[in-house]
Design a protein around this ligand. Structure first.
Ligand SMILES: Nc1ncnc2c1ncn2[C@@H]1O[C@H](COP(=O)(O)OP(=O)(O)OP(=O)(O)O)[C@@H](O)[C@H]1O
Ligand SMILES: [Mg+2]
Length: 229
């Protein structure tokens, strides 16, 4: 087993990096992958989230707090690749942090969550430039990258911002997207991902993201068995 390494980053704060990591990582875990989530944010949101789970219903991925290690975390991650199918790195928001750059040096794939509002669209340029720099640094390796639209709402302002992201961006935008829904932050209280709540729009939405991303990253996900009638 050699884990694929997926980094979720964007120096912009609050654009749903941790939400994406926990929902996608949890869903991949529920769909049978061995998943490890590396919490690289000193706020430790991912780790705290997973600790809300009970022993009877643990969070469906291992969550490790490597934030105190700073950029040296990559050596620890390299020691884990034989144990998991996929390792997700939840990056901190600060632009001066070395963690997003370091994580791009070991990643197979990078996901940049972006909310379609202008402050996020402006900041995404910085993330995009970092991807381009990392690709230059690793010319013989493939570093895939995509935007994931998150916390989507209806409204003209969001449509306009989305148009401007599409026009200016050099990276693809995933066709699956994540809406603004109460079910997502509710999961923090129970230490789960939306899959644990049963059938819902949020569950369908995250499964669509999880399957699309697995396909792009090269992970083998089995389709869930159809429910018996
Ligand atoms: N799709 C969503 N619907 C509703 N609320 C959401 C959604 N995604 C994220 N949130 C909420 O928005 C806030 C920011 O999300 P999150 O913590 O995932 O962002 P982040 O990019 O990890 O932030 P930071 O930069 O602080 O690490 C949180 O309070 C989270 O619960
Ligand atoms: Mg976060």
């Amino acid at each position: 087993m050699t884990a694929k390494i997926v980094t979720i980053f964007n120096q912009k704060g609050g654009c749903a990096k941790t939400m994406t990591t926990m929902q996608v990582g949890g869903t991949w875990g529920m769909l049978g992958l061995k998943v490890c989530i590396i919490d690289m944010d000193p706020q430790n949101t991912a780790k705290l989230w997973s600790l809300q789970a009970t022993a009877e219903a643990p969070f469906p991925a291992e969550v490790l707090n490597f934030a105190p290690l700073g950029k040296n975390f990559i050596h620890k991650v390299e020691q884990l690749v034989d144990k998991y199918d996929v390792i997700l790195v939840d990056c901190p928001p600060a632009i001066e942090s070395p963690v997003p750059w370091t994580s791009l040096l070991i990643a197979d794939y990078a996901v940049i969550p972006v909310i379609p509002v202008l402050d996020n669209v402006w900041a995404s340029k910085i993330a995009e430039d970092l991807i381009i720099k990392a690709r230059d640094e690793r010319p013989n390796e493939v570093l895939g990258a995509t935007y994931l639209l998150s916390v989507m709402r209806k409204g003209k302002v969001f449509d306009t911002c989305l148009d401007s992201l599409k026009e200016d961006s050099k990276l693809p935008i995933m066709s699956s997207k994540v809406g603004m829904r109460n079910a997502y932050p509710e999961c923090q209280a129970y230490g789960c991902s939306v899959g644990a709540f049963g059938a819902s729009v949020a569950k369908n939405e995250i499964e669509a993201v999880a399957y699309e991303l697995a396909n792009q990253v090269g992970l083998n996900l089995k389709k869930p068995k159809a429910a018996k009638k």
